[in-house]
Design a protein around this ligand. Structure first.
Ligand SMILES: [Zn+2]
Length: 61
């Protein structure tokens, strides 16, 4: 199938105005300082919040 009408520059650019990507947001781990995703356990030390660590490395390959 072919498009019936050629898309104008304006229409095409307007459509693509929503396509921009945003940089992944990170916060510094308060325990070790490594950048980590907010609301997740730290990849480096497993820190979540005071009193809660999700340890990693138990299931190493
Ligand atoms: Zn950490």
């Amino acid at each position: 199938m072919l498009p019936v009408k050629r898309t104008s520059r304006s229409r095409r650019n307007n459509r693509r105005s929503h396509h921009a990507l945003t940089a992944k947001r990170t916060v510094a781990c308060p325990n070790c300082g490594t950048p980590k995703l907010p609301h997740t356990a730290c990849n480096n030390c497993g820190y979540v919040r005071p009193g809660l660590f999700l340890k990693q490395g138990d299931e190493e390959e």
